[in-house]
Each structure stands twice: as structure tokens, then as C-alpha cells.
Design a binder for this molecule. Structure first.
Ligand SMILES: NC(=O)c1ccc[n+]([C@@H]2O[C@H](COP(=O)([O-])OP(=O)(O)OC[C@H]3O[C@@H](n4cnc5c(N)ncnc54)[C@H](OP(=O)(O)O)[C@@H]3O)[C@@H](O)[C@H]2O)c1
Length: 271
């Protein structure tokens, strides 16, 4: 059966669930085949009003019918919902997809019957505008068909990469957290523009457009170094700024920051 006609249930109706549901509906999934549950009625109402999907405050309503269950609660709530799911009569018939950052498949398996098909996915926040990048990996019971179904599902919110689970910490530190690094850059550039008389919003949009344009250019050329050199005339304005970056070891700081983020992701996975 085509994934577009499968019944997909979400446990959790927060930022990530809403982003994915929005993308799925735009991509052609039918609202009547989607259900989401969460404790707060008003969050569910906004999802059902916006997308026309089914909602419930009782997770059991999601477990009851769904062929794919996407766990979109915070990682520290995963034990509660997995235990609850395990009480379902035939949980093995269902494909589990976990979004929980840092939670390893082996730690999800502990709560579930042997043979449970599990996919772990790590999307990032631009998924909310269908420009996300998601990594997926799976346990040995997930079939090729399950992997294809998960890929189709996450393609509705951007691009998808199949990784080994041991690569997930690097992916999380680089791509999962990556949008925050870009926003930090935007904040810093905006501070530098404090003496420009333009409205704050226009300045912010101008900087965001510069980053979006540069990112599109980076698709056209294999080497970011070549692109950088093209902007950097000897003795010019850009060169002066790059010299200052180098003097202050910016590259080393970035490498160290990502290394720290990878370590944090590993620590979270171990706990
Ligand atoms: N945001 C990101 O950038 C990002 C990226 C990758 C992965 N993730 C992962 O995605 C997951 C969800 O993150 P998020 O940002 O969407 O969180 P969020 O906005 O806080 O949403 C969490 C949802 O879980 C619901 N919930 C809490 N306890 C529940 C329970 N017992 N049963 C059912 N639902 C319950 C909450 O209900 P209420 O609506 O009632 O509060 C809320 O709707 C996390 O595991 C996170 O690690 C997030």
C-alpha cells in the first residue's frame, strides 16, 4: 500500500508535529488519514481547524488505528508514551518513528516487543516551511518499504538523508542545531548594522536575503573556498574582515563549538 493512503498518527502536537503535518498535507496526504494526540485541547483545535486532521486528548485513539505512529513528544516523555503504546494489542504491526533528539534506537527497543519496526528521524526547524533537512536511520526489523515510507513522509518537509545511527550525533550537532548557528550569525550582523537608518525588519530581511542568496550560490559551485576567493579582492573590504576572523581564530572556534555539540548529543544519548 502506498504511504499516502496509510493511517499516520502523531503522539504530540507541538512544533515538529505541526510542521510535519503541514508538509504532509501540502504533499498530498489526506487529512482524514492523519490523527494527532496531546493533553492540551487548544493545541489540538488549532491543528484540526488549520489542517482538518483528526485529534484526540487520548493517545489510545492514535494507537488504535495508526499504521505508522510518529512520537513527537519531548525526549523525557518518551518512556511514558512508549510504555503506554506497548500495552496495545498488536504493537508489532505498527511502524514506529521517533523524533526524540538523542534517544538511541536500542533505548526505544527496551520498551517494546522484540521485532518492533523502528525508524529514528532527526528533522530541523526549516521543516516548518518545507525547507528542512532530515536524517533517518532504522533498526534491523524495519523493512526497505518502511524506510521508503519514512523517506516519502519526510520528503514532504524538505530533503532526506539515510545515515548510520552512529552518525546521528554529528548530524544533530551540524544540521539539527545548524539553523541556530545561522540565526546567531544574523543576530551578530544585525548588531553590526546598528548605525544604518533602515527599519530593523528591513535590515533583518536584507541580511537573510544575503544568506539565502549565498546559500543558493553554494549549490552551484563545489568549493566554498572558490566562492569566498571570488568575493575577496586583494587589499579590499572583504579581505580586511576575513583577516580579522583569522586573527581571532574564528574557524577554530567553530570547530570546537561543533565538537562540543557532538559531545553533548552523545551524552544525552547515553543518559
Ligand atoms: N524542534 C526541533 O528543532 C526538533 C528537531 C528535531 C527533533 N525534535 C524532536 O521532536 C520532538 C518534539 O519536539 P517539539 O519541538 O515539537 O516539542 P513541543 O513543541 O514541546 O511539542 C511536544 C508535544 O508533546 C505533547 N505531549 C506532552 N506529553 C504528552 C503525552 N504524555 N502524550 C501525548 N503528547 C504529549 C505536548 O502536548 P501539549 O500540546 O499539550 O503541550 C506537545 O504537543 C522532541 O523529541 C524533539 O527532540 C525537535
Amino acid at each position: 500500500m502506498n504511504v499516502f493512503s496509510k493511517k499516520v498518527g502523531f503522539i504530540g502536537a507541538g512544533n515538529m508535529a505541526s510542521a510535519i503535518i503541514s508538509g504532509m498535507i501540502t504533499a498530498g496526504f489526506e487529512p482524514k488519514n492523519i490523527i494527532a494526540s496531546a493533553p492540551t485541547k487548544s493545541h489540538l483545535k488549532s491543528l484540526s481547524d488549520t489542517f482538518g486532521i483528526n485529534t484526540s486528548t487520548d493517545n489510545e485513539d492514535v494507537y488504535k488505528d495508526s499504521e505508522i505512529v510518529i512520537f513527537a513528544v519531548k525526549p523525557h516523555k518518551m518512556n511514558i508514551v512508549l510504555e503506554e503504546f506497548n500495552k496495545k494489542t498488536h504493537p508489532k504491526d505498527v511502524l514506529i518513528i521517533s523524533l526524540a533528539a538523542g534517544l538511541k534506537i536500542i533505548n526505544i527497543e527496551k520498551y517494546l516487543p522484540s521485532g518492533q519496526r523502528i525508524i529514528r528521524a532527526m528533522p530541523n526547524t526549516p521543516s516548518s516551511i518545507r525547507e528542512g533537512v532530515t536524517a533517518i536511520c532504522q533498526n534491523k526489523y524495519a523493512t526497505i518499504n518502511d524506510q521508503e515510507n519514512a523517506e516519502t513522509l519526510f520528503l514532504s518537509v524538505g530533503e532526506v538523508h539515510h545515515l548510520q545511527e552512529q552518525e546521528m550525533d554529528i548530524f544533530t550537532a551540524l544540521i539539527g542545531s545548524g539553523p541556530a548557528y545561522v540565526f546567531y550569525l544574523i543576530e551578530s550582523l544585525l548588531e553590526s548594522a546598528s548605525k544604518m537608518k533602515m527599519e530593523e525588519k528591513s535590515k533583518k530581511d536584507m541580511i537573510a536575503s544575503m544568506i539565502a542568496g549565498s546559500a543558493r550560490l553554494a549549490y552551484e559551485e563545489d568549493s566554498p573556498l572558490v566562492l569566498r576567493k571570488n568575493v575577496t579582492s586583494p587589499g579590499g573590504v572583504t579581505e580586511r574582515a576575513i583577516e580579522e576572523f583569522e586573527k581571532n581564530n574564528l574557524k577554530k572556534t567553530i570547530l570546537k563549538a561543533i565538537e562540543e555539540a557532538i559531545n553533548k548529543s552523545k551524552e544525552l544519548g547515553e543518559n
